[in-house]
Design a protein around this ligand. Sequence first.
Ligand code: IVH
Length: 832
Amino acid sequence: MSKPAARVADLRRRIEAANHRYYVLDDPAIPDAEYDALMRELEGLEAEHPDLASDDSPTRTVGSRPEGGFNEVRHAIPMLSLANAFEDPNGGDDDRLRYREVAEFERRIEDRLDTRAPRFSVEPKLDGLAISLRYEDGVFVQGATRGDGATGEDVTANLRQVRSVPLRLRADDALQVPAVLEVRGEIYMPRKDFEAWNAQALARNEKLLANPRNGAAGSLRQLDPAVTRRRPLAFFAYGVGEVTGLELPQTHSDTLALLRRFGFPVAPEVDTATGFDGLIAYYRRIGGVRDDLPYDIDGVVYKLDRYDQQRTLGFVSRAPRWALAHKYPAQEQATVLRAIEIQIGRTGAATPVARLEPVQVAGVTVTNATLHNADQIARLDVREGDTVIVRRAGDVIPEIVRVVEDRRPDGTTAWTMPATCPVCGSELVREEGAAAFRCTGGLTCGAQRKEAVRHFASRRAMDIEGLGEKQADALVEYGFVDSIADLYALDVADLVRMKAALDAPTAADLLQMVDDSRGALVLDDDTRTALAQEPPEWRRADFLRTHLQVAPEGGRVAVKWAENLLAGIDASRRTTLPRFLFALGIPHLGETTARTLAQWLGSLDFVRATPALVLQALPDIGAEVARSIATFFEQPGNVAVVDALLAAGIAFEDEGRPDPGLHARLGLAQVLSSLGVNKLGGKSAERLAQTYGDLDALLKANASGWTGAGLSTAGADNLQAWLDDGDARARLVAAWEATRRLLDAAPARARTAAGPLDGQTVVLTGTLSAMTREEATERLEALGAKATGSVSKKTTFLVAGEAAGSKLAKAEALGIDIWDEAKLVAFLDAQA
Ligand code: IVH
């Protein structure tokens, strides 16, 4: 085979494969720009070597034959394609060179018609899916895809679900509906709907749509119209096919106006223009608003407006000579993914970022792209070394939409989220039910340092007067402060240096500041010379500490300011435990949770040492919050910072012992039921706790022993399985030990000297929601009541919770005072 013949064969094979992936599978393999390049090379070769041309070449056919699923529709008038023109980036400033193909198109038309500057209909080139809608006597009867141009797929049922496809033509007195009208146009997915769709898919961990066009094509080719209905699709008309029983206007632009009257949406950007300059002006105007349009376009289309002129020009193979698609630079390009790196946000969120071989996408060099999250990487199976398709549309951050699998090099491996933070080495954990991973090294992680200092100093946290966000950021950025503990090591001189660096836009300004300070700030001569060169490190703490001396004589504004801030920092040393806990910036630990922890556990030592399983037993602390708190205090970096804060003299005015109420809340039964073991709920946990009394004894027994103690067989098996899993046993033992320590430290609830309920006998029945029955009993007893288990004439009142049964009935029969939970809570609150 000759060399060109081999190349032609190769090109046809590749184009046909790409057509199949694009049109039949809705799963494009190569970027559009690459497809266009292959096609143009083939067209060029066939023009040069007419002997190689053939009727079944992809240059003569359009798209791909339909395949399965839908019935075939033969188009009465073929659905053609458009010749493409691209921008020549080397064409310089001369439009006729830069847009040479447009100039040639327009010149050819002028020559054939022997007119100057003919008029064109100019339209956006919507990036969707071409369809034909057939109306008979005004009623929508059939809708078809383009298919190979001659035969398409019958997607009538799906098109009926698209709201902007009229099911009936509109008619009025002056407008009769024709016998047959075929309307051609584009089905597309509005960009906003596409983004919303993907945002939702991301949150639900579902497959993302690669781009709006794929979204439209995939949605229209759903076999179930109900699925299509849920997809946000829209339609714009841009032409007609078969028409009978209607005299069409003389021009294409009038036809579009007529279609509007029949009820079809036509893109509002559609216009007319004359001559080459008019075409290019339109191309530029639409290019300028491209990113702001509510739909994706990949170019503009020029169509000779007068039908008689169109007829004079006719067709070549698959495209009319009177029309041209003028394409914008592609929004998708292929490039190689060098690496996937983890970026830690200021609140610790870990986002994977793709580092790319630089590539031009829609006029911008792209080197990074977002990969959203670990799930998205798994879904796309993106690997380092892969060739990927990068998409950049509008001002959206470039993203990777798919992998070109055919180009995957050997030896790649599936990507997994690293276990530790690349910035600080703390654990990365995934929050329950969330897609995002988070760094747990809040206090030491460089990425989170600014945020940590800002939050620590803020009014509701440590409330350090004078330390606003700007100052906090500067302290961290210049290196005066690495962690919040370093705040307490600052001195007046440091703060003056920081303020000087913050207030001086350049090193020269700092020099000026020193000169104006009348001796309060001092620089040696060598440093003066060095500063004149604007060395990049002049704002750094170590540089300033070495070279900028601060004379402590009072009076200077900066010194006064620093002294005040230092006094603010100093004052923050005496604080409360809830403030401090909140100030640490532990994820999910708000002010309310901070107060709960302080109230129930009493001291920082207990907060730090209490495992998640036990924290969960405190009011309003769920599993996720408990885990977040415990994980925070497990990170060595965080531990070191907290210790350093204590060493710097942080003290709490409100530390005390754990709350006496813990006795009613915490015990073996609570710990067991918080394990989340299926079939080991509150009741059976209670029975186990009563039988064994201690965890040790319970663990020495086995499943059959537990069943003897009142656990179901399934519950016993589940507990056994739970204990056999990894470090579960150790965690349970730790939880129980922590519980014991807490209970040992918590005083029994003191009897009120003279209790308001002295001498009264109460009975509790039913389920309470605000507290356990044990807790209620304990609180009533603390007020002097005697709690008994059965109702008698001696009972003073009965507390009836939800689903109270026989005891309530008996109390009613005896005429005993009955309290509901609301009354109990109000009473207890009034006594507190
Ligand atoms: S006219 C004979 N007008 O571009 C002319 N096509 O490659 C037939 N397209 O299949 C097409 N916007 O999917 C025309 N305003 C527009 C268009 C448009 C988008 C698409 C259409 C067609 C392809 C041509």
